[in-house]
Ligand binder design. Structure first.
Ligand SMILES: [Zn+2]
Length: 138
């Protein structure tokens, strides 16, 4: 007979053969330790993104569509974090969830607008994608 031991406290396990932990508390302690760093990183990035979105939202709702970058910096806006971006010859548009701001080369101003997240397009397979049958509907 094979005896398994709790992955956290190493006590012998009773019950189902595929059991990994002796109880909820050992499972929680183990998972928090293993996933803690990743979860903290994701949480911190999400907090920055949410704060950026909140800043754009408040400025836009006050009627400010063209904003000096210095004001965003004063409000603790973090330009390094955005959810996606669109680039064309004249400008770059940075999206933060459903808001976006556009910057022109060397301009000290950005234009804020509510973006339209088109999930249908966002989830579309890239051009040239062919389903080889090796994977179930990537
Ligand atoms: Zn245990």
């Amino acid at each position: 007979m094979i005896i398994n031991y709790c992955l956290e406290c190493s006590e012998p396990l009773r019950g189902r053969f595929d059991k990994k932990f002796c109880g909820d508390s050992c499972r929680n302690v183990y998972n928090n330790r293993v996933n803690g760093n990743v979860n903290n990183y994701v949480r911190n990035v999400n907090n920055v993104l949410r704060k950026n979105r909140r800043i754009l939202d408040s400025l836009f709702k006050m009627g400010d569509k063209q904003i000096h970058k210095g004001i965003l910096i004063e409000m603790d806006f973090n330009f390094q974090y955005f959810t996606h971006k669109k680039v064309n010859r004249e400008s770059t548009t940075y999206c933060i969830y459903d808001y976006e701001y556009t910057t022109k080369d060397k301009s000290k101003f950005v234009m804020i607008s509510p973006g339209h997240v088109d999930f249908e397009t966002a989830n579309r397979k890239p051009k040239g994608f062919r389903n080889t049958g090796h994977y179930n509907d990537l």
